[in-house]
Design a protein around this ligand. Structure first.
Ligand SMILES: [Zn+2]
Ligand SMILES: [Zn+2]
Length: 775
């Protein structure tokens, strides 16, 4: 019925195909156009609010080939979430055309994330005969800036920071040619018409321009100087990663004692010279997402030229990424093969993104500035991933991922909800239908600049996702700036969400669970509890609606509050005094002879400026300090990270033992464990073994509590959430423990287990509470 005999005597069929997902700004329409040429298909393609709509008419065999290619080999960057095919009566099309789309129709289309430079563009910039030779802003429909340059939707050049550059004839020709790789590549540019770089010294004097910037930068870096370079989502501070003095200077000037620096390597070969990279890690490194991957360093490098310890002091790992813009690739086309590439900011302030602020904010750190005149609209840090048992776990979800939504179980007709996130490692979440738009990494917001960054980023993402929240959720901590920011945003309802409940809900949501009750083992540093104390080692039961606290680690007073979090030795002393009495006091005197313990004792005894904490991070701090691994935290979680790193891969049988502890009346008491750890230390047991036993004891504590709750409730699903689970040894051991006992283990992959994930949980909890209120 739907066949028609063509003039040539052949019968044709016509189909309408509607494709949803990420299909805009990823070269989808030129791909469809070219495919239609190959298969002799007539018809059209257009972007609409329903997605990409294709009309395809040809002989049945040809349409079948066309459709199969479309489904099985779509453009690398596209993500097809839905594909609908309907047969239509033939229309007698005579050509295949790309139809202009109605801008109003594209509001639903998703803004694509930034994409690392593709192989074709990478070839052009090193080809002397190509017009893009050595041009640092080369891009095409398969690669280049997206999210970071978009002001408004629909995604079209005038709505981006490329609006001020008008295309030259040749660029315009490519842009309008459906067969060209740059067809509708919004940021397309060349040396004639596009943005340019310049190099400035710290006094703001121009020292090089587009002709000689590259050689100048090589000289600067080879001289051991620090270069602030404007990248895709903000400035990086760069120096030669193999130059110990340069790395030390960067640490000193940036006010960053020990927090590991990320590095960028020339190529995969260089990465592998210094680090161990498995299959999944390599796949991610070279992917268009180009995140930082945490890799284990080789114990000895093949060339026996060790990297400076100062890159990542005390750690066996290194955060590594590959060049992801043409500018980076060109930087590596010279004498350098590894550069420190750390965020261009001072201490905890937001990443610098504007030329006008670079000199002011980075002037005390950088010797030179490599900058350009393409504006960064949306600030976006590098993403950070660690591969655990072959699965990527995201620790910072930002460039390359944002604003791709995370899909969650939720209906079409629900209101938009904002979860504002936490106070550290902040990002926020806009929940629209079943899409959770997690913002880029916002970072610490305990400064005016941080608050401003949060608010501006919120307004921008709201615009790009067309998601105007009706309901707002925030952390229940009374002192959080994030909560203050949240309450400024107009909404119909506001919900306060307990920190660890948000962790639990975030884990449920990313694993696609409905409003189902599970057991949560939530381990982290600090979150405000419903009793006003600082929680962080919590065995809960709960769903999105509500939760119950079933077990927790015994409270310890933190002498000096924040000061104790910065100085783990204080927490160690508090633990000894609180749980081991006189014996503990004697041990503290032996272990910390140089410290004034009387002050700590008085604070602990009198409860003066000593908030109570059940945080797992604090227990790590205490053990780390007792073992002499880390007595001062110069970055969040340092003591815990270094204690985790102390475990040797080849743990012996002794390390499989656990220390004694007690669990009664819903409280886990670590006193006996601490006494045993001190005994082991005094007896000269290697720190590696003590650390392994400590980790296994934690798993046993969590495991026993979870099993008791499971015995009482019959629940066999356990969610592991909270930043402590980024400890690989702990995570793996716990996962094995629960799997071996018949539990289904839920954990984070797409959303951070740390506080970068709580915004999603807040939004999901607010969704369920709002529903309840509305019925
Ligand atoms: Zn390209
Ligand atoms: Zn041009």
């Amino acid at each position: 019925m739907t066949r028609q005999v063509q003039p040539g005597g052949k019968t044709v069929s016509r189909y309408r195909i509607v494709i949803k997902g990420v299909v805009q700004g990823v070269g989808f329409r030129p791909f469809v156009y070219n495919l239609a040429q190959v298969w002799g298909v007539k018809g059209s393609v257009l972007n609409s609010s329903r997605g990409v709509v294709i009309e395809a008419e040809a002989e049945e065999n040809n349409v079948a080939g066309f459709l199969s290619e479309l489904k099985n080999n779509p453009p690398q960057l596209s993500r097809i979430s839905d594909y609908q095919l309907s047969k239509m009566p033939p229309a007698g099309y005579t050509s295949f055309v790309i139809l202009a789309s109605d801008p109003g129709d594209e509001k639903e289309a998703l803004v694509p994330p930034d994409v690392a430079i593709c192989a074709d563009c990478a070839k052009e910039i090193i080809d002397r005969k190509d017009r893009h030779y050595q041009y640092p802003f080369t891009n095409c429909t398969n690669c280049g800036p997206r999210f970071t340059i978009i002001n408004e939707i629909p995604y079209d050049r005038p709505k981006t920071s490329m609006a001020s550059f008008s295309m030259c004839d040749q660029c315009a020709r490519e842009y309008h040619d459906p067969a060209d790789r740059r067809f509708h590549a919004q940021p397309t540019a060349c040396p004639v018409c596009g943005p340019h770089v310049e190099v400035l010294d710290s006094a703001g004097r121009n020292v090089a321009g587009k002709e000689n910037w590259l050689e100048t930068c090589w000289n600067i870096l080879q001289d051991g100087k620090i270069l602030a370079l404007k990248g895709l989502g903000g400035y990086h501070l760069a120096c030669d990663a193999k130059n110990k003095e340069a790395v030390k200077a960067l640490r000193r000037r940036k006010g960053r004692d020990a927090k590991p620096f990320a590095v960028m390597c020339r190529d995969l070969e260089t990465v592998q010279k210094y680090c161990v990279a498995g299959e999944k890690e390599i796949e991610l490194l070279i992917s268009p997402l180009a995140p930082i991957i945490i890799l284990r360093k080789h114990l000895q490098t093949r060339l026996n030229e060790g990297l400076p310890e100062e890159l990542a002091p005390g750690l066996k790992t290194l955060g590594v990424m590959l060049p992801y813009t043409p500018l980076h690739l060109l930087l590596f086309s010279g004498p350098l093969d590894m550069l420190v590439m750390t965020s261009g900011n001072y201490s905890n302030l937001p990443l610098v993104k504007d030329n006008s602020r670079a000199a002011g904010e980075l002037g005390g750190i950088a010797d030179y500035f490599l900058q350009h005149n393409r504006e960064i609209v949306n600030r976006c840090d590098d993403s950070l991933i660690q591969v655990v048992d072959g699965e990527p776990h995201i620790y910072r979800r930002s460039r390359g991922y944002v604003p791709h939504p995370v899909l969650v179980p939720r209906g079409e007709d629900e209101p938009v909800i904002l979860g504002i996130g936490g106070e550290m490692k902040n990002n926020f979440c806009l929940l629209k239908k079943n899409q959770a738009f997690m913002s880029q990494y916002i970072g610490e917001i305990d400064s005016l600049e941080g608050e401003e960054n949060l608010l501006t980023s919120f307004f921008n993402l709201r615009k790009l996702t067309d998601a105007i929240p009706e309901v707002v959720a925030y952390d229940a901590h009374p002192g959080y700036a994030s909560a203050r920011v949240a309450r400024q945003i107009p909404a119909r309802a506001y919900f306060e969400v307990q920190h660890h409940h948000a962790h639990l809900a975030s884990c449920l949501a990313e694993n696609g669970l409905g409003n189902e009750e599970v057991i949560g083992a939530i381990l982290d540093g600090t979150g405000y509890g419903t009793d006003g104390n600082l929680w962080g080692f919590e065995i809960l039961t709960g769903n999105y609606d509500d939760f119950q606290r079933r077990f927790h680690l015994a409270y310890v007073p933190l002498p000096g509050g924040e000061a104790a979090i910065r100085q783990p030795w204080r927490t160690a002393v508090a633990y000894l005094l609180a749980f081991l009495g006189e014996e503990g006091k004697r041990s503290a005197g032996l272990i910390f002879p140089e410290k004034n313990l009387d002050v700590i004792e008085r604070m602990v005894a009198g409860g003066f400026n000593s908030p109570l904490s059940s945080g797992c991070g604090r227990l790590f701090d205490a053990v780390s300090a007792l073992l002499g691994i880390c007595r001062e935290n110069t970055y969040e979680g340092q003591a815990a990270v270094e204690l985790g790193e102390a475990i040797q891969e080849t743990a012996g049988n002794d390390d499989m033992q656990t220390y004694p502890y007690e669990t009664r009346e819903g409280i886990i008491w670590p006193g006996q464990m601490l006494a045993a750890i001190i005994d082991d230390k005094m007896a000269g047991v290697p720190v590696q073994s003590i650390s392994a036993r400590f980790h296994r004891t934690l798993v046993s504590m969590v495991g026993e509590a979870v099993e008791r709750v499971s015995g009482a409730t019959g629940i066999k699903k356990v969610a592991l959430s909270g930043g402590t689970w980024q400890n690989q040894y702990l995570f793996r051991t716990a996962k094995q423990y629960f799997s071996a006992r018949g539990f289904e283990v839920l954990y984070h992959r797409q959303v951070p287990a740390n506080d970068g994930g709580i915004a999603l949980g807040q939004a999901m909890i607010a969704h369920w509470r709002w529903r309840k209120r509305c019925v």
